[in-house]
Ligand binder design. Structure first.
Ligand SMILES: [Fe+2]
Ligand SMILES: [Fe+2]
Length: 175
């Protein structure tokens, strides 16, 4: 992210960590759109700067966001959720998806690195298939978190929890 965007994101984080998570989701939805454009542009119309942007986001911003959720949001929600919220097994499933998505993102980032250097893909069909597999499942993950997880967090987390979440997220950006 550029300087002013980092400042804006930090301002949102300080005023509301849940809004900051939601903002990151919209940035990651944009990442999915970029990955779709890259898949559509294979093999000859690829734009290297887009590949660089997607690669950086996959390598740095996606794992950071997962860390915010797994070290900050999920334990707090697990503590506050009521039995009828039925959220605990979903949190385990989301963590599993994070691990799968990160290993997939690692693999994709290597291909995107080559494309960002202007190299042609060795197997465009396979790369297109991999890109689509990633962004389709990541969009589902984002949609579920936006429609179920974050609304529940807004309902259940206390002001003290929100302060804890904000501190974890700030700490994740300093290490
Ligand atoms: Fe998320
Ligand atoms: Fe997530």
């Amino acid at each position: 992210m550029q300087g002013s965007k980092v400042d804006d994101a930090l301002e949102v984080l300080i005023s509301s960590p849940i809004d900051a998570l939601e903002l990151t989701h919209s940035q990651h939805a944009e990442l999915c759109n970029i990955l779709e454009q890259i898949a559509d542009s294979l093999p000859d119309e690829v734009e290297p700067p887009k590949c660089r942007q997607a690669r950086d986001c996959l390598l740095w911003e996606v794992p950071l966001h997962h860390k915010d959720e797994e070290e900050g949001l999920f334990p707090l929600l697990e503590k506050r959720a009521l039995p009828e919220d039925n959220i605990v097994e979903h949190l385990a499933q989301l963590s599993l998806e994070h691990a799968t998505d990160e290993s997939f993102a690692d693999e994709l980032s290597e291909h995107l690195e080559h494309l960002s250097n202007g190299e042609k893909p060795l197997n465009p069909n396979m790369l297109g298939y991999m890109l689509r597999g990633f962004f389709e499942s990541y969009r589902r993950h984002l949609h579920w978190e936006n429609s179920v997880l974050l609304p529940l967090a807004r309902k259940r987390l206390t002001p003290t929890d929100l302060k804890t979440l904000r501190d974890v997220m700030i700490d994740n950006r300093q290490t």
